[in-house]
Ligand binder design. Structure first.
Ligand SMILES: Cc1cc2ncn([C@H]3O[C@H](COP(=O)(O)O)[C@@H](O)[C@H]3O)c2cc1C
Ligand SMILES: O=C(O)c1cccnc1
Length: 352
């Protein structure tokens, strides 16, 4: 059986016994039950996902997938496509926002070239797994063939499986690809049926004129390609992109391996929506870090049934929100393990 099918079929429900055990420990800690809100939700989710009581700090790996987009030729980004490989060099040199936050949070950073349109040099921390030199222009036809989409999904699965084999306990999703808010918006429009104008955003900071070009390109792409909203692979192949496919594979593999996946902003959530279409159970293995400024992100999170931890007006991508969110996961796990119980501390329990 092919790797993608095997991975999709390996995803199982959460462990409700483990959730119950962690819930009773949380309720015995010296605080009113539920008073730590989302911090409590996080450890309950981790228990259900892993089947164990987590211990801190978790071993955290952030995977940043890079790819280019044919649709960039339509003028849908405020920046030129050359920025994609230039930023990959910046990541390898440690100078991007994601590097700073990964160092701050004690997170290992892995770069993957799934589809950058030029050849990259050998760089520390970069895995060269190029499926194609960028996608075709989604406004003119399918961005990818079904075979390319499957190959990119499988790159993500293999990368995630390697990380898990090396001991990763929490995976993060991030991306770099000039133009990639365009396929992400197209994916959302296809899956939700919502009008493009209602969910589109300015990405890297489009002016009104370029925003119209972006709307036109997406509407044209949906009309020409007619993606089947019930077929996640069809939506992914017709609209792209390669890094989105890679992240969707990573998410599926994390779920199959019972490892939680921190979902970053708009583009990562598009990948999560594709993964959820391929197996809705994988949603239970996701944690949403933050709410992006892209208007469609809220719609995606509602479709996924996820509540973001942070609202910080972020709209960068790279996984910056995901890595920041990981610091909260470690904090939540420390709460679970380091707080005293009512019995240990000699604190009186509730009167009710
Ligand atoms: C210098 C720079 C660094 C970035 N890091 C992430 N993105 C983000 O912006 C791009 C998506 O926005 P759009 O669809 O408008 O092109 C992606 O590469 C995303 O990761 C960046 C963009 C730029 C310019
Ligand atoms: O939310 C994101 O991930 C995002 C938003 C705009 C541009 N790049 C990324």
């Amino acid at each position: 059986m092919e790797l993608l099918t095997r991975t999709i079929e390996a995803i199982k429900p959460l462990d409700h016994e483990a959730i119950g055990r962690v819930q009773s420990r949380l309720d015995n800690l010296t605080k009113p039950p539920g008073s730590l809100g989302v911090l409590e939700d996080i450890v309950l989710a981790l228990a259900g996902i892993t089947g164990r009581q987590p211990s801190a700090p978790l071993r955290k790996t952030h995977i940043l997938m890079a790819g280019d987009h044919g649709v960039a030729a339509c003028g849908v980004s405020a920046y030129p496509p050359e920025v994609t490989p230039q930023m990959v060099l910046n990541f390898a040199n440690g100078g991007a926002a994601i590097n700073v936050l990964a160092r701050h949070a004690g997170v290992e950073l892995l770069l993957v070239d799934v589809g950058v349109a030029s050849d990259l040099p050998d760089l520390p921390g970069l895995l060269k797994r190029k499926v194609a030199y960028g996608t075709a222009n989604l406004a003119e036809g399918p961005a990818l063939t079904r075979e390319q989409a499957t190959a990119a999904l499988e790159v993500g699965i293999e990368v995630a499986n390697d990380c898990v084999r090396r001991g990763a306990e929490l995976l993060g999703t991030g991306e770099m690809g000039i133009g990639n808010t365009t396929p992400s918006t197209a994916i959302l429009a296809a899956l939700s049926g919502k009008p493009v104008r209602e969910i589109v955003g300015r990405g890297t900071g489009l002016d009104d004129q370029r925003l119209e070009l972006k709307i036109k390109a997406i509407e044209k792409g949906l009309k020409i390609n007619r993606p089947d909203p019930e077929d996640g692979l069809d939506v992914l192949a017709k609209l792209g992109g390669l890094e989105i496919a890679g992240l969707a594979g990573l998410i599926l593999a994390g779920a199959a391996a019972r490892v939680p996946v921190m979902i970053d902003g708009f583009i990562s959530a598009a990948a999560a929506c594709i993964a959820a279409k391929l197996n809705p159970q994988c949603r239970q293995y996701m944690i949403a870090s933050h709410l992006s400024e892209e208007p469609g992100h809220r719609v995606m999170l509602e479709m996924l049934g996820l509540r973001p931890m942070l609202t910080m007006r972020m709209r960068l991508g790279e996984g910056t929100g995901a890595v920041l969110g990981m610091t909260l996961v470690d904090a939540a796990v420390k709460i679970l393990n380091e707080m005293a119980t009512f019995g240990e501390a000699g604190v009186a329990e509730s009167l009710q």
